[in-house]
Design a protein around this ligand. Sequence first.
Ligand code: HEM
Length: 503
Amino acid sequence: MEALQLSILLLLLTSTLLILIDKLWFQRNTRGVHNLPPGPWKLPIIGSMHHLAGEHPHRRMRSLAQKYGPLFHLKLGEVDLMVISSPELAADSMKTHDISFASRPQFMGSKIIMYDAGDIVFAPHGKLWAQLRKICTIELLSAKRVKHFRSLMEKESHHLVEKIRAAGGSPVNMTEMLLSAANTTISRASFGMDCAQQDKIFAAVKETFRYMSGFDLADLFPSFKFLGEINGMRRRLEKIHLVLDATLNEIFEEHERNHVMSTSLDQEENEDLVDVLLRLKRTGGLDTSLQMENLKGVIVDLILGGTETTSAIMEWTIAELIRHPEVMCKVQSEVRNAFNGKTKIHEQDIANLPYLNMVLKESLRVRPPAPILVPRYCSETVEIGGYTIPAGSRVLINAWAIMRDPTCWDDAESFKPERVETHEKDFNASRFQYMPYGGGRRICPGITFGMASIEIVLANLLYHFDWELPGGTRPEELDMEETMGLALTRKNPLLLVATPHKI
Ligand code: HEM
């Protein structure tokens, strides 16, 4: 009996202590803020973490938004997380108060791997980010540079067609093939034709992304630095960083040596992105405060931002076309009429494929590779939607929920490319109800590169082959289960049988 009383007493004391710690420490950011957005009930210490269990975050957060409104608050450990799920509030945060929401939260991964957030994706809003962004938009991902890279996108799509043809009608794993095509395209654009280190770099970048969600223990309790030590996260991140950095050093040094040895007059014509960065550095085209670390960070960003996103959307688009044979038929007719008789499609041929463009836009609406945009950080206290967002909050914009919001879109869950024609204005990023590439000043700088590499591959696949599911599976039986990796991808590989179309 005495033992029981003692246990109850201990339990009461521990609970009181936990509640006290929670009140004094974990709620300190929002203490005194009386007008926080609503949100689900919280437990001491972990806050609202348990409300995120069960489904993928974009789906779980949509359910929470249906209950608590388009702006709700989650307390995750020490972190105040605000989740936005309406076009009006997305516009408030990415247009009206753009600067206040233009930073990114700092995660242990971005500090250790990305050179203390010295890259574009994770840099806080400020001078460094502005310089890197300028290099990206003017030099690396400009329309002119993308045009220069079109021939390598073309080559990669022809290579893909040959690989599929070689399968001779047996099922092909399109998931693997499309990812490999996207990886090769970015690798060749960044490093040139033959990069011996490509696989090592891609493996390290993929590993990197596992630690960039912001939901790791060390990122939810940032003041408790020892957490990253005891769960081994810091050690793992340092190991990845060492491999990634050493491999990037090899690549940059190799490019420097090749430049010294090269006598070619048309060097600039054949530059890859590492060459461009090194030339700018040599010729004083970069701000002097930029270090080699920043240049390496930019290259990692292009791989991080431009590979799985593009392969995921190609894969989802083909899956949607398989499930909608009437759309498949219409888009194939467009492509086949346009290229009638050609054995190879070139980049200039794809400029006028309006229906393919509509298919792609609609598939980005229903299957956005980045369903919740890259996290933002609120740098000063702001009022939006009648609530206070305290400085220091993390902000997530659930683009997936907005792009499937039935108050913005008729029959929102259905894949209907025709709506792009009838509701053209709704697909304009400036209205914040369509934002697969994000919005405001941190909008994706890789749109032109991404769209060009996706369109040439899709046009080739639709022109050269008829597609069906293996084993007599019917289109409506194709599963569309999701998994979250570097991007939102299919959980199960897309296996298809390709029959060459007689040209
Ligand atoms: C279908 C393809 C792609 C999708 C859906 C996509 C989506 C996104 C999204 C949602 C963001 C965050 C925007 C925001 O915070 O508002 C982003 C940022 C970014 N993307 Fe993309 N992206 C794609 C392709 C690419 C490509 C091909 C590249 C480069 C080769 C790229 C490079 C970047 C970079 C560097 C950022 C960070 C921008 C910044 O923070 O200032 N992306 N992308």
